[in-house]
Design a protein around this ligand. Structure first.
Ligand code: SAM
Length: 349
């Protein structure tokens, strides 16, 4: 049986997510907030949950119904088992459903039994009827299990991997996060280099389904081939580095990375081939005509020009990129913690 999925992501990561899914052999259609995958081979729900680094959640579309009477045709019990389920009903923006939500709810309860703790079914109402999906992820997928401590402005793991992809980074290319905070970029990158699956240390909603395929799950969790990669994180704040160290240990990649206390405005060129210098820069506010963090951004740009010529750069920031004094080749808007930011990339001259 094929599977139809809606894979949601952080706004701005839709296109990189579709590339990641293509890398798993899935043809995805980009829509606002994620990607639709129709007719994916059996086992794709499991594979995307366990292996996608960019997805926030995987919903399994069980069917499209034109009337509540058609509910009985959905193989809900066969897929999910006999227990109670949760039901969320929402309307497509701007669409007024011909059948009230209450009628859909009553039909679902009549067909499948009581509501309660259990799989989360969602009914999306439109003029044409209703799309029924079940959440297969459980907690959002950025919760990988390893990062139990964060710094002041933590970055979701899914966004960190999205930024790495937007920068065109792949295992093998040296990577240096010069403001690593709790270590999100370096941990995501080191896990990729080691071939570790992002979902290896967390539970998923699909594990409680009657249709759960333990063999497909074990296969999806198998590590990929490692690629030797130099990964370093540095930060001025010793406390943040302690958090990064503990998170890296929990993720099982501590031995493969370097963590150092350094000022991003006074960098020294590392030996070895150039790579990607990355950072989630602190966000500032506009104070009158001037950007509050102008001096820090100027200092980082100057340090890169002095010491990292020939390296590629990728920064996640809200504004103030001109202060870096670097030629920016591409800018991609992405949402971080509810704020529209951008990923700026280029090469240090
Ligand atoms: C937005 S946070 C980065 C968060 C990080 N991406 C994470 O996942 O936790 C910015 C970081 O820049 C660091 N920072 C600020 N000024 C710095 C400087 N001059 N040199 C190095 N790090 C600096 C802060 O200590 C903070 O950890």
């Amino acid at each position: 049986m094929t599977e139809a999925l809606f894979v949601s992501c952080t706004p701005g990561l839709e296109a990189p997510l579709s590339q990641e899914l293509a890398g798993m052999g899935l043809e995805a259609r980009v829509v606002t907030g994620g990607c639709e995958v129709n007719a994916a081979p059996a086992g794709s729900v499991v594979r995307v949950n366990v292996q996608s680094r960019l997805a926030s959640r995987v919903s399994w579309r069980l069917g499209q119904l034109d009337s509540p009477a058609a509910i009985v045709r959905l193989p809900v019990r066969q897929l999910l088992g006999p227990g109670p389920f949760q039901l969320g009903i929402s309307e497509e923006p701007g669409a007024r459903s011909a059948v009230p939500a209450e009628v859909w709810r009553n039909a679902a309860v009549k067909a499948w039994g009581a509501l309660g703790e259990g799989p989360e079914l969602s009914f999306r109402l439109s003029r044409a009827g209703c799309t029924v999906s079940v959440d297969t992820s459980g907690e959002l997928l950025h919760l990988r299990g390893a990062r139990q401590e964060t710094g002041k402005a933590p970055l979701r793991e899914t966004l960190a991997s999205g930024v790495l992809r937007l920068c065109g980074w792949k295992p093998g290319e040296p990577l240096w996060d010069v403001m690593c905070g709790s270590g999100t970029f370096v941990i995501e990158a080191a896990e990729q280099a080691m071939g570790l699956q992002p979902g290896r240390a967390r539970p998923f909603a699909f594990q409680s389904f009657a249709s759960f395929d333990a063999k497909a799950f074990a296969e999806a969790l198998a590590p990929a081939a490692p690629v030797s990669t130099w990964v370093r994180g540095s930060d001025l704040n010793a406390g943040a580095l302690g958090v990064a160290r503990r998170n890296a240990k929990r993720a099982g990649i501590f031995e493969t990375i370097e963590l150092e206390r350094l000022d991003a405005t006074t960098l020294v060129r590392p030996s070895g081939a150039p790579g990607l210098v990355i950072a989630n820069l602190p966000y500032g506010k506009r104070v009158g005509q001037r950007f509050e963090l102008h001096g820090l951004y100027q200092g980082v740009g100057a340090a890169l020009r002095r010491s990292l010529s020939g390296w590629r750069f990728g920064f996640l920031l809200a504004e103030g990129e001109d202060a870096l004094g670097l030629a920016i080749e591409a800018k991609t808007p992405v949402k971080n913690g509810g704020i529209w930011c951008q990923v700026v990339t280029g090469r240090v001259p």
